[in-house]
Design a protein around this ligand. Structure first.
Ligand SMILES: [Cu+2]
Length: 288
């Protein structure tokens, strides 16, 4: 394994690639995002937001139950031939990443199910408050593209009042104080994150083949963003590139490992409008 925490800067850079513009408005999630811009849509969105479809190119995310109170969650990914996929490529150290987030983006779990020889995946989920959830399966069947398929789940019970999602750049998690800074920029959003324990900056341990794992979900429809770690080494700033499909509010969930324990810090940021969109005043040399 790896040594314990070392002193050092600990950061995260989030580069928002704001290319898709309003074209993403054509991809309707189960809940209307209500944020489509009034501008002319860009010609194409080369990287449509993931996680909005339960089935894509013949691959389908099929949970055995659509309600959960925690405990075992079982599902299969069926392939174009209709049978469960039984051969996967490894992405970020795992064959499949399962993310469960509440619709209000207050609850989050990132777990790694186990697969049996028949292609049935099972994992124990922690208990979650009543409400509406979405589960995401991020995987790459051997010989196919990478997909992130999403399905709605519910946790029965009296639903608590909806908590509004407000920007937040600090989080406290199990003795760690984690801060996020992102200097505003017209064409990208750069974010650096520092985790401290007892006032000392800590360096994360390798987790899922990188210095940490970041998932970004869009407020409104829970679009699941493509995130690419830019640094494999935990020492020094940790950098990610996040392909933001539209201006809007995003929740960022940063899984980091220290002393062998994985923890999650949660932030909320407002990504700027794409510089190429008409009427955005911050960039005057756009070529569109
Ligand atoms: Cu994972």
């Amino acid at each position: 394994m790896n040594a314990g925490a070392k002193l050092g800067a600990y950061g995260l850079l989030l580069a928002a690639v704001l290319g898709g513009g309003a074209a993403v408005g054509a991809i309707a999630g189960p809940i209307d995002v209500g944020r489509s811009t009034p501008h002319e849509p860009a010609a194409t969105s080369e990287l449509p937001a993931a996680g909005l479809l339960v089935s894509q190119d013949g691959y389908t995310f099929e949970p055995e139950e659509r309600t959960t109170g925690g405990g075992e969650f079982a599902f299969t990914i069926t392939g174009p031939d209709g049978s469960p996929v039984r051969s996967y490529d490894v992405l970020h150290d795992r064959e499949l990443h399962l993310i469960v987030a509440s619709r209000d983006l207050q609850q989050y779990q990132h777990v790694h199910p186990e697969r049996d020889e028949n292609g049935r995946w099972t994992v124990d989920l922690a208990e979650m408050p009543a409400g509406a959830y979405r589960a995401f399966a991020d995987f790459q069947a051997t010989g196919a593209d990478q997909y992130t398929l999403g399905v709605d789940l519910s946790v029965a019970g009296p639903t608590p009042e909806l908590v509004p999602l407000v920007p937040r750049t600090t989080d406290s998690v199990n003795g760690f104080y984690v801060t996020l800074a992102h200097p505003p920029d017209g064409t990208s959003t750069e974010v650096s994150v520092t985790a401290r324990r007892d006032g000392d900056v800590v360096t994360t341990e390798p987790y899922l083949g990188a210095a940490g794992h970041l998932v970004a979900l869009r407020d409104g429809d829970l679009a699941y963003l493509h995130v690419h770690p830019l640094d494999a080494e935990p020492a020094g700033p940790v950098q990610f590139a996040v392909e933001v499909p539209s201006a809007g509010r995003y929740a960022l969930f940063f899984d980091f490992k220290v002393d062998g324990v994985v923890r999650t810090a949660r932030f909320v940021v407002d990504a700027p409008a794409p510089a190429t969109a008409a009427g955005h005043g911050d960039s005057d040399d756009s070529d569109h």
